[in-house]
Design a protein around this ligand. Structure first.
Ligand code: FMN
Length: 323
């Protein structure tokens, strides 16, 4: 399959594995890239620019295919040393960066100068247009279904993607809620040049997370995610668990006066305990509604090969046959 995204990134299949905190390590990124997709190492998860440089070097040992790095621009009191992270990316020879969170404009000149292609993740058409205007090469359009931060507009992909197609000139991928070939084909029909998946890639053999996490995804239905931090306008879609119930209770009781300090222990610094430690009630962790469509734990290659071959038969078979 050839799309503007496969051409832009020099990859075989238009399938991207979105950056994921405490999941996006070399093991997963290289497996996705070796399968012909675009694997992404999560920059800030590495903890320091030096560690990121080491993770990039490790990934390069594991694949000779293109892979990227995610840089998430957080609303943090003490900002991570982004210029140093970018230096590690450039010196590591990585030529694709997925940005997310705040506007990446201040960091674009350094990346562009190094020949890096930037795909910015956005949850609205207006932010996508802004990304295009400031010079991003592509956009990842993240619908309300997504795991992680869906923004505050609550527009699902059935509307968001065709709206993005109406407005955008740069290539874009559909992100959020995608896990099977029918959805992949639908995303292409809605105007996307490929797909970005997060949650689905956690339930793969190579994802370096505890088996409890993969089991939880298989057990979960599409009804099992919750939205937390709405009152803080930092909404996150997470898998329901005891800690999330507690967060929602605190939010309900405090009403509009709730502050991040009220829930900090349940939402911050908990990822290693859950994702690597398998302590499934230790805190809130991002998870998409697509959990309801996850029924197995394949290798990344089997997952991507399956998506590609089923998409082809859907297009040639079911879709062509209705004409
Ligand atoms: C556990 C988890 C952690 C994530 N961490 C990040 C992150 O650090 N930075 C980021 O830009 N996106 C992050 N995301 C969002 C994904 O990159 C991707 O956009 C999202 O998962 C797509 O929705 P889906 O899960 O429905 O496929 C995370 C998602 C999950 C499930």
């Amino acid at each position: 399959m050839k799309t503007r995204i496969t051409e832009l990134f020099g990859i075989e299949h238009p399938i991207i594995q979105g950056g994921m905190h405490h999941v996006g390590y070399a093991e997963l990124a290289s497996a996705v890239s070796n399968a012909g997709g675009l694997g992404i190492i999560t920059g800030l998860t590495q903890g320091s620019p030096e560690n990121l440089a080491r993770e990039i070097a490790k990934c390069r040992e594991m694949t000779d295919k293109p892979f990227g790095v995610n840089l998430t621009f957080l609303p943090a009191f003490t900002a991570p040393p982004y210029p140093e992270y970018i230096r590690a990316i450039i010196e590591g020879g990585v030529r694709i960066v997925e940005t997310a969170g705040r506007n990446p404009e201040a960091y674009l000149p350094a990346m562009k100068q190094a020949g890096i292609k930037v795909i910015h993740k956005c949850t609205s058409v207006r932010h996508s247009l802004k990304a295009e205007r400031i010079g991003c090469d592509a956009v990842s359009v993240d619908g309300f279904e997504c795991g992680g931060h869906p923004g505050e507009d609550d527009i699902p992909n059935m509307i968001l993607l065709p709206r993005a197609a109406e407005e955008l000139s740069v290539p874009f991928v559909a992100s959020g809620g995608i896990g099977n070939a029918a959805q992949f084909v639908a995303a292409l029909a809605l105007g996307a040049d490929g797909i970005n998946m997060g949650t689905r890639f956690i339930a793969t053999k190579e994802a370096p997370v505890h088996q409890n996490v993969k089991d939880a995804l298989i057990a979960a239905s599409e009804l099992d995610t919750r939205l937390i931090m709405r009152p803080l306008r930092n909404t996150e879609r997470v898998l329901a668990n005891a800690a999330v119930d507690k967060v929602l209770e605190i939010e309900r009781e405090a009403g509009s006066s709730v502050g991040i300090d009220d829930i900090k222990d349940l939402v911050s610094g908990v990822y290693p305990k859950i994702l690597q430690g398998g302590e499934m009630d230790a805190g809130a962790w991002s998870c998409g509604m697509v959990a309801g469509l996850i029924h197995d734990v394949p290798t990344c290659k089997d997952l991507i090969d399956g998506l590609m071959s089923e998409a082809e038969s859907l297009i040639r078979g079911r879709l062509a046959s209705v004409l």
